[in-house]
Write a protein that binds this ligand. Structure first.
Ligand SMILES: *Cc1c(COP(=O)(O)O)cnc(C)c1O
Length: 394
């Protein structure tokens, strides 16, 4: 295989991890739907649980290895582990690096499973101490550090607030105290933001979102230094068992080829939609890191390579009924969870949500709409929003 270490990002999206199939000469590697691989002639000294030996698909599969190689290259990390979902990847980090007497600092508004694992599961089951802080202010993080703090977990931009945390500043701070930093960078993808280059130790992705990009396969990944990733492979992948299906690994390998094209389009369209919404009288607020009105726009500009991805949140005048009517009046934009698909998706979270008190004030009053701007044209999306506003009298 050619050496792609000096190739540009878009070239690596296409080529790293692919090769000529030795058996047929096909110019792309096949999907290997096999649970087991032929053992060596002498298996007596084999380490059955070594994720670097291809033996059994729960400990590693061929398509998983190809995808790991590509994602490690795209994030600029030594190694990568790919798992069944983004949550399996996050759980892999937490189970591997949180010991029983540890203290953990986490972004106060994060993906819901992170909140449950760190705020409820680890403290209640294992007595782990967890402090949830507003990580958009590095001073808040500094104040929360204790002698037994082992991990700081950031999510930036955060789901669903789009709040941005300064990865470089918090990594510097953490490393002064020997603390590991993991960053959930799902909202940005490695096309827009590369936390390892900013000093983080681990970057986590839900591959389900932008990296696959087509809403048809789930996966998760963690990328970082070899010794850290090896620990996750040995402890979380082999023994907890969140292996990715070879078919999904293959689909994600195909999806990631177009990542740079898609992220550019998602970002340009989302900025136009955000600007339209910000100027619309019936809209109460818009949270999008690409808007100058975003409270952390300056940090976003510094660490997000000039593109701000496709997710924004906003509110409209009126209560629960008005929001539901608005969503149901949309014709093109689909009411469904998830982000980073090719199609635009919108979700209304009402004012009774269990975590509403963690959200910024403007999110709390009547709830908010999270809008994942897809690959449709900005014109068609804005037309759809306008007709829905008209239908609800806004
Ligand atoms: C969706 C999402 C996850 C979870 O990923 P799954 O693939 O659904 O398990 C984690 N973090 C963020 C920021 C997400 O948006």
């Amino acid at each position: 295989m050619a050496d792609f270490s000096n190739s540009d990002f878009s070239t690596r999206c296409v080529h790293v991890g692919n090769d000529i199939d030795k058996e047929t000469g096909a110019i792309r590697r096949p999907i290997t739907m096999a649970n087991s691989y032929r053992l060596p002639d002498d298996a007596s000294t084999l380490n059955w649980s070594d994720p670097n030996n291809i033996i059994y698909t729960r400990t590693t599969s061929a398509n998983q290895l190809y995808l790991q190689e590509r994602l490690a290259s795209l994030e600029g990390g030594e190694d990568c582990v790919v798992l069944a979902t983004g949550v399996a990847a996050l759980a892999g980090v937490f189970f591997s690096f949180i010991d029983k007497d540890a203290h953990v600092i986490c972004t106060d508004v994060s993906y819901i499973a992170v909140y449950r694992l760190l705020h409820e599961y680890f403290p209640e089951k294992y007595g782990v101490e967890v402090t949830l802080v507003d990580t958009s202010d590095p001073e808040e993080v500094r104040k929360a550090i204790r002698p037994n703090t082992k991990l700081i977990h950031l999510e930036t931009p955060g789901n669903p607030t789009t709040r941005v945390s300064d990865i470089a500043a918090i990594s510097d701070l953490a490393h002064e105290h020997g603390i590991l930093v993991s960053v959930d960078s799902t909202f940005a993808s490695p096309c827009i933001q590369r936390p390892l280059e900013l000093g983080a130790d681990l970057v986590v992705h839900s591959l389900t979102k932008y990296i696959n990009g087509h809403g048809d396969a789930m996966g998760g990944a963690v990328i970082g230094r070899r010794e850290l990733i090896d620990k996750i492979k040995r402890e979380a992948m082999v023994n907890i068992g969140g292996a990715i299906s070879p078919f999904n690994a293959w689909l994600i390998m195909r999806g990631v080829v177009t990542l740079p094209l898609r992220m550019k389009q998602h970002s340009e369209t989302a900025l136009k939609v955000a600007q339209f919404l910000e100027a619309y009288p019936g809209v109460t607020f818009v949270a999008y890191p690409g808007l100058e009105s975003h409270p952390q726009h300056a940090i976003a500009r510094k660490q997000m390579h000039g593109l701000y991805s496709g997710v924004l949140s906003f509110g409209i005048n009126g209560g629960v009924q008005q929001h539901n009517d608005f969503v149901n009046a949309l014709k093109l934009i689909i009411s469904a969870v998830s982000i980073g698909h090719d199609e635009s998706l919108i979700v209304y979270t009402g004012p009774d949500d269990e975590r509403i008190h963690f959200y910024p004030e403007e999110f709390q009053k009547n709830g908010f709409l999270r809008f994942s701007v897809g690959l449709e044209s900005a014109h068609d999306l804005i037309t759809d929003l306008k007709q829905a506003f008209q239908q609800v009298g806004l």
